[in-house]
Design a protein around this ligand. Sequence first.
Ligand SMILES: NC(=O)c1ccc[n+]([C@@H]2O[C@H](COP(=O)([O-])OP(=O)(O)OC[C@H]3O[C@@H](n4cnc5c(N)ncnc54)[C@H](OP(=O)(O)O)[C@@H]3O)[C@@H](O)[C@H]2O)c1
Length: 287
Amino acid sequence: MTVLVIGGSGYLGAELVRRAAAAGHDTAATFATRPGTAPAAAWHHLDVRDPAQLTALLGEVAPAAVINASSGQADWAVTAEGAVRVAQAAVRQGCRLVHVSSDAVFSGARVRYDESCPPDPVTPYGAAKAAAETGVRLVAPDAVVARTSLIMGDGRSAHERLVHELTTGRRGGALFTDEVRCPVHVADLAGALLELALSGERGVWHLAGADALSRYEAGVLMARRDGFDPGLLPSGRRADSPLPGALDVRLDSGAARSRLRSPLRGAREFLAGGTGAEDVAGAPDGS
Ligand SMILES: NC(=O)c1ccc[n+]([C@@H]2O[C@H](COP(=O)([O-])OP(=O)(O)OC[C@H]3O[C@@H](n4cnc5c(N)ncnc54)[C@H](OP(=O)(O)O)[C@@H]3O)[C@@H](O)[C@H]2O)c1
């Protein structure tokens, strides 16, 4: 079966490409500015803003499933409109679609969010992700819309890089003690997304880790795991900063945890030991 990973050159996309290829799927992947490094995939340039490119690519690759792991941050044309264009192309091609969304669609006003909660974003990025979800669900009602939280765990995420740079003084800033999320291991998330792509499931899914931690708490665990001094991590409060954004957003992923085989570990577990690279190498699906 052929799997197409849109945004395969990104952080999550690279893990999806690696796992899909290792599980024996014909794997195609896209990049916007720089090709990915996984040799097992067929790489294609794609700008999701261009519907003609999307139609031509899906026609050429003829995937059974598309996973859209691209990100244009707050760029509306990429993150909102581009995601809907991907859904339109997937429907025309008759293939399954898994669209990756974010806990940024929520304001934090109710703290705990299950799949039935409507989006109430407070940032331009969250608004673009919420608009994308709405468009994807209307255009492709059989698609999976998978919301997730901070993606990390293998030592290579932007969150882990930030902690390394803060503790070594290569970067200024602080980690917020009042900004709480449910971080997910990139390998767990990729496993769950692939499982959903190969299933007949549809609708909104929450795929986040089991533990709610502040960014500062997560930073302390990462620093400790990676041999940096957690005492050097600067802390602050988002509530005292001028930055817009939600404080406490906890995705309830209980439904996914009970219905999927793929684990969704908590950050206290996966940040306690090694980087997780060795877990990935020995994953039960042989990937
Ligand atoms: N990282 C997190 O903590 C986090 C948290 C919650 C949700 N998410 C969601 O998870 C998904 C993956 O995030 P990520 O952190 O892995 O993203 P990422 O590392 O920033 O990668 C983004 C990907 O999108 C591609 N891209 C950018 N502009 C594009 C365009 N116009 N057309 C087509 N592709 C384009 C990039 O290609 P090039 O690299 O070639 O430019 C790259 O492959 C996104 O949907 C994001 O919203 C991420």
